[in-house]
Design a protein around this ligand. Structure first.
Ligand code: ZN
Length: 111
């Protein structure tokens, strides 16, 4: 089962520390940013979300995502078709990814 947010794109990698009331944001892959008091950090920029905290009660995740565009979903379908044709990855997984991209095209854009 492919989750509904599978194709969502990270647009902001940030978190807020409630101990020192500071927001931290990682802007690129190797941008490791810690809050003023050292309780929390974020890392990874828009490549991946990596974060940590001393106590989860001081950590508020402020990562933001956007829905995929029509072009991105069409690209995923074409890529899945290619992967299926050449047997590059698990057939079940690739078929599920393709179906999810087709569902999202219909649900989000009526295509
Ligand atoms: Zn802090």
């Amino acid at each position: 089962m492919i989750p509904n947010d599978y194709f969502n794109k990270l647009v902001r990698n940030a978190a807020y520390c409630t101990k020192c009331n500071t927001e931290v944001e990682s802007k690129h892959r190797h941008d490791f940013v810690m809050c003023k008091c050292g309780e929390i950090f974020v890392d990874g920029g828009l490549s991946y979300v990596r974060y940590g905290f001393v106590d989860d009660k001081t950590f508020i995740n402020r990562a933001e995502y956007r829905q995929p565009t029509i072009e991105e979903l069409k690209y995923e379908i074409a890529k899945a078709n290619n992967d299926l044709a050449y047997g590059l990855y698990s057939k079940d997984h690739t078929t599920a990814v393709k179906q999810k991209a087709q569902e999202l095209l219909k649900d989000l854009y009526g295509i």
